[in-house]
Design a protein. Sequence first.
Length: 239
Amino acid sequence: MNFSFSIENWFALSSGLSTKSDWELWSTSSNHNWDMPLPKTKKIPMMQARRMSVGSRLAVEIGLELIDNHHFDLAIFTSQHGELERTHKILTSMNQNHDISPTDFALSVHNTASGLVSIISNRSIPISSISAHDDSFQQGLIEAFSILHHGNKKVLLIDFEGMVPETYQKQINYYVPAYAVGYILTTGDQFNCKSIQKSPQVYQPNYPQSIAFLHAYLCKQKHFIIQGNSQDWQWTINQ
């Protein structure tokens, strides 16, 4: 598998990181405090923001930030766990024989964030929501390439995760507790990626794929490898 694309713009949000300058400083530091507060959302109406899970709130804010003044042929949202916070809340209510909140039920689907971006922005956009374990971001890029391959197209790709409920933290241990990263992808050859066999000797920071990619991009690395589930991904950046 080999594919290429270019990035027109990007934006990201996580603990203590709310601007591009914050992320550029983060890329040169080795001791960022991931326990810092999450950024406040500025573009989501307050009443709607209060109903969203942490992951969806960050993803929707990223989407609204990048959607301004851009036309997209496809929006792709990738997340390993999606609405895990809300699903856990529903299961807890059922276990305690309590009624399930209609809001929790309605917003528990995996494409909640993508749907809310379309509703709040009042934009009709073809949307795809993908979950592929640790490889969700890379599989989102492959989905994007299928559109970019057909000419002068643009794809919005947002990768995100919310807070992991305590019940699951023994099975799921994220170095980055909650985040959203968005990229505007276009046809081009700024970035080239190919799949390679897994190597136990590959080292990378313990970041989700989309943030590991952003770290390498901001550090201006020409060549790097991002680990995947059954294969690794070798990247070349032509700055």
